[in-house]
Design a protein. Structure first.
Length: 128
C-alpha cells in the first residue's frame, strides 16, 4: 500500500482564508479538507480521521476554543494535533489556545513561505 499524504482538516468560516490555505498546502503535497462551521467539522469527523486539524478561533455559534476542547475529548482524536490558526493576537490569546487543548498557535495573516514547514513540524512531533 502506498503511503498517503497527511490529511488536514481546516475549520475556517472565511472562504478566502480557506482557499488560500488549501491551495498552499495542497501544492506542498498535503490533502486538505475544509469545514466552514463547528457543525460541519463535527459531521466530517464522524467519517474521517485527519492527521492534523487547523482551527480558526473566531467561528460562528461555537468558537474554536470550545470546539478544540470538545474534539480533544473524542475517542480517537486525543492525539491528533490541533493548531490554532487565528487573527486573535491579543495578550493571552495564545495561552487561551493552549488551555483549550491546542498543540500550536499560528497567527494570521499567515506567512505562505513558512506555513508548510510549520505544519510538517507539528506532524512530525505528533508521530514522535
Amino acid at each position: 500500500m502506498v503511503n498517503e499524504p497527511p490529511l488536514i482538516l481546516y475549520v475556517e468560516d472565511n472562504p478566502h482564508n480557506m482557499l488560500l490555505v488549501q491551495r498552499l498546502l495542497r501544492a506542498e503535497g498535503f490533502r486538505v479538507d475544509g469545514a466552514s462551521s463547528a457543525e460541519e467539522a463535527e459531521t466530517y469527523l464522524k467519517s474521517h480521521k485527519p492527521n492534523l486539524i487547523l482551527m480558526d478561533i473566531n467561528l460562528p455559534r461555537i468558537d474554536g476554543y470550545t470546539l478544540t476542547a470538545k474534539f480533544k475529548k473524542l475517542r480517537g482524536l486525543e492525539s491528533v494535533p490541533i493548531i490554532a490558526l487565528t487573527a486573535n493576537a491579543l495578550k493571552g490569546d495564545e495561552g487561551k489556545s493552549f488551555a483549550a487543548g491546542c498543540n500550536g498557535y499560528i497567527q494570521k495573516p499567515i506567512d505562505v513561505d513558512t506555513l508548510p514547514e510549520l505544519i510538517r513540524g507539528f506532524l512530525e512531533n505528533a508521530e514522535a
